[in-house]
Design a protein around this ligand. Sequence first.
Ligand code: ZN
Length: 328
Amino acid sequence: MNYYIYFFFTAPGKRLLKLEGINNMYKDYMVRATAGNAQIRAFAATTKDLADYARKAHGLSPIAAAALGRLLTGTAMMGTMMDNESDLITVKMDGDGPLKSVLATADNKGNVKGYVSNPYVIMEPNAQGHLNVGGGIGEGTLTVIRDMGMKEPYVGQVPLYTGEVAEDLTYYFTKSEQTPSSVGLGVLVERETLSVIAAGGFIIQLLPFADEQVINKLEENLGKFSSVTDILKAGKTPEELLNIVLDGFDIEITDRVDLNFYCNCDKDRVERALMLIGEKELQDMIDEGKEIELRCHFCNKAYTFSVDELKEVKEKAKIQKNKKAEDK
Ligand code: ZN
């Protein structure tokens, strides 16, 4: 399925962002756990490095960094709920706010990537003095696409609840998947440097046979819970975060997964995308006589094509088109 790859044009010669490389090793990780005699399943993650990586790669404003950081965190955890290595999950929030849409895609191994449509939005803080992510996204829809290698991907959609991401995912799980859940996500952006200094979150889900006692105790815990950001800012690990949310339950950590911002784009993929734009458009670019720069939507990595390379791409596109015509 190729809707995971989008490319867009920027002016030739635009200054490139300096990045330390796409596949760096990070300290981010998540844990999976069960609790309450396996009536609860839980996930908790720390994602500071990948959220800050996304901020730098896309040049995100603080509110955009918070929105994407939260969605990357939630999506990475949701990715590990899938069974197969080749499965992909995409979570997209489309709203009428200035950020427009925020999208994240993850596999089940802790690799996640994503972007914000309008990465440079600046907004006043909300009434609580926090980054106004809900206002930035606005009203709209949340779409979850699970591509499990079937002919058709599984698609679930709900209206946005608050646009604050965590509440929207909570609403999605409860409404669309009939799984009572509680999602907490937080991204803390430092005012001076604008870098992400803490990020992470949790997903707590009740299994269908959960008894009243477990439900009540969990509700009590969640009622007392302060904020994910405060807990992560204090340097707590995902395990400690679970200990707080699931205080009083027997917690069994079942799995630990390293999390990375990872994009699998390369020049061949970009070239294949370029071949699809049409012969006339390619000829127009060749006639301009300048090299062009294409950027990957997900990681913002730039790929340049010289005029000679564009001519080659056009030839390849032509051969492919003729081949398709012959096949018919
Ligand atoms: Zn990429």
